[in-house]
Design a protein around this ligand. Structure first.
Ligand code: PLP
Length: 426
């Protein structure tokens, strides 16, 4: 172990990592494109975009330059009572891709907080109007982040168990698996008809941390139509799905009925700096457009709308709008579909799911399909030993690669998956 690694071990508490018995963190010195470089000269393919944040490859020169220029001009300024050009430009960029009903951008600094803000806005929407609607509805198996509100609307699991006495009550509808849709929609209808539902929060089309589980745009559309009919505020958590992951700029673009609030983060800055956005539609704004001070939305963080993050986001946005980026997204989507067709019938594979640039493989298992499935560590280590970073969700592993990943690099990842599946078969 070199000096830095032993200092890390002594000083640092890493996320989602047990303090005892967890693997040693790998020291990364630099990163470029799809590769993470170690000081010893290893080149690891980042096939999960570093927790799904990276869009255009690491250390992208266009984004790096935008951050550097911004750092020389204005690194940060309080965002209450002050504003700046990168945040204004970004609001224009984002409102340009959001559904037409969207009118304002509220900034924060990560995905959990973007969700937290959306929940608070939805709750205060009713409070400001003196209407007693308290219930929040979410989908079983969802993950919306690690802050308290986000945990409350997420799946209750080993991750949330220590905090369960402190999480507010939420009504969960079952996950709308194919063939279960009618009964799930009926359950939602029953809850919605109680009249006191304030908001419905969902990950559009795919539950990410919940195992890359996918459901149909048609089902989501029916849930949203029902919600709208009952005046329920619809919150789309696009923290994972935003910025092209599902093949379109937003997953909500696949669905006819639009949400009232959208949470964005992760790919927002191309994966370079932390930034969160809660996008707000006209409907929500109406409850806050008053001079009554007590109806203000009292929420803000020190680093709200950090100019460096906004500059990075604007640069990433420009790259995303380029035709070659959309071509890469389409090409990755096509390759994934071809590979999915190839491995679908493998006896160790329970299901292969693809949506845009996302490919997920769920393995057959005698254990329950869950994050704590014991094959998780074996899969992680198998690919890492071959210099490919995949971070399985239990017995489901997936590719969510940066859009700059070439066909050749994708083929290398597929080949390693083929080998792994053959190894499991024997
Ligand atoms: C759908 C979704 N919402 C919210 C979050 C939380 O985002 P963050 O980790 O930036 O707080 C995540 C993170 O994985 C996510 O996948």
């Amino acid at each position: 172990m070199n000096d830095l690694s032993s200092q890390d071990k002594k000083n640092i508490w890493h996320p989602f990592t047990p303090l005892e018995g967890g693997p040693e963190p790998i020291l990364i010195e630099k990163a470029e494109g799809v590769y993470l470089h170690t000081p010893e000269g290893r080149k690891i393919i980042d096939a999960i975009s570093s927790w799904w944040v990276n869009l255009h490859g690491h250390s992208h020169p266009v984004i790096a330059e935008a951050i550097a220029q911004q750092a020389r001009k204005l690194e940060h300024v309080i965002f209450a009572g002050f504003t700046h050009e990168p945040a204004i430009t970004l609001s224009e960029n984002l409102l340009g891709i959001l559904p037409q009903s969207f009118a304002k951008i509220f900034y924060s600094d990560n995905g959990s907080t973007a969700v937290e803000v959306a929940l608070k806005m939805a709750m205060q929407y009713w409070h400001n109007q003196g209407i007693a609607r308290k219930k929040i509805v979410a989908i079983e198996g969802s993950y919306h982040g690690d802050t308290f509100g986000a945990m409350a609307v997420g799946d209750r699991s080993i991750f949330t168990a220590p905090f369960s006495p402190y999480l507010f009550d939420v009504e969960f509808i079952p996950f709308p698996f194919a063939n279960d849709e009618v009964s799930v929609i009926q359950k939602f209808r029953n809850i919605a008809e109680s009249g006191d539902v304030a908001a419905f929060i969902y990950e559009p089309l795919i539950q990410a941390a919940g195992g890359m589980r996918m459901y149909s745009p048609g089902t989501l559309n029916q849930l949203l139509l029902l919600a709208k009919e009952k005046g329920i505020i619809c919150i789309a958590d696009e923290v994972f799905t935003g910025f092209g992951r599902t093949g379109k700029l937003l997953a909500s673009d696949h669905v006819e009925t639009k949400p009232d609030l959208v949470a964005l983060s992760k790919g927002l800055t191309g994966g370079t700096l932390p930034l969160g956005v809660t996008a707000v539609s006209e409907k929500i704004l109406v409850a806050f457009q008053t001079k009554e001070f007590t109806k203000t939305f009292f929420h803000g963080h020190s680093f709200t709308a950090n100019p460096l993050s906004c500059a990075a986001a604007n640069a990433s946005f420009t790259l995303l709008q380029r035709p070659d980026c959309q071509q890469r997204i389409n090409s990755i989507s096509d390759q994934h579909q071809k590979f999915a067709a190839k491995v679908r019938n493998n006896s160790v594979v329970k299901e292969v799911r693809t949506l845009g640039t996302i490919l997920a493989i769920e393995l057959e298992s005698t254990e329950k399909t869950s994050y704590s499935n014991s094959i998780r560590q074996r899969i992680y280590q198998y690919f890492l030993d071959r210099d490919i970073l995949l971070r399985p969700l239990g017995n489901t592993f997936y590719i969510v690669a940066p859009y700059c990943t070439t066909n050749e690099q994708l083929s290398d990842i597929y080949a390693a998956i083929d080998d792994f599946l053959s190894e499991l078969t024997v």
